[in-house]
Design a protein around this ligand. Structure first.
Ligand code: FES
Length: 159
């Protein structure tokens, strides 16, 4: 998560200004903010609406429609568990259920202490090493419940 910056309205506005002239600028702007801050802060919504001369509801609608855009900041660590076919066949459901129990949150949620966000992903290109996961942008293969525990513990120590 080191590449993710804390939300900064001035920085967000600068990115919006940079991209607002593109055709269909809304999606590129939302992707840019999501990439930079890890989510689309509600403060950015009126800034985008003003820049593109559209309503806040339109911006809000797109943020909530697309699964990739998040309206809330992610946890300090983001663990993504693959749910695509190869990982399914190698038992990812068992790992997912284990991780959900261990962290006390479901896929798409963040632990109350803000330490972990749990997300799904559909193929990380690691099918030969299924079930696969990505922790803070780093891919891992053969993620059994025991390996998931090790990943969570090592990330927890890094805080
Ligand atoms: S299906 Fe999980 S990495 Fe490809």
């Amino acid at each position: 998560m080191s590449q993710i910056q804390a939300f900064d309205a001035d920085r967000a506005l600068a990115r919006i200004q940079e991209l607002k002239h593109l055709d269909g600028a809304l999606l590129p702007i939302l992707h840019a903010l999501q990439d930079e801050f890890g989510y689309v802060d509600e403060v950015a919504v009126p800034l985008i609406a003003d820049a593109l001369n559209i309503s806040k509801a339109e911006v809000q609608g797109v943020v909530s429609f697309y699964h990739d855009f998040r309206p809330l900041p992610p946890g300090r660590h983001v663990l993504r568990l693959c749910r695509a076919e190869s990982c399914q066949s190698m038992g990812c459901d068992k790992t997912i259920a284990h991780v959900e129990r261990r962290l006390g949150v479901k896929l798409g949620e963040t632990t109350p202490d803000g330490a972990f966000t749990l997300r799904d992903v559909f193929c990380l290109g690691l099918c030969a090493h299924s079930p696969a996961a990505m922790l803070d942008g780093e891919p891992h293969g053969r993620v059994t419940p025991q390996v998931a525990d090790m990943l969570i513990e090592s990330a927890g120590r890094r805080q």
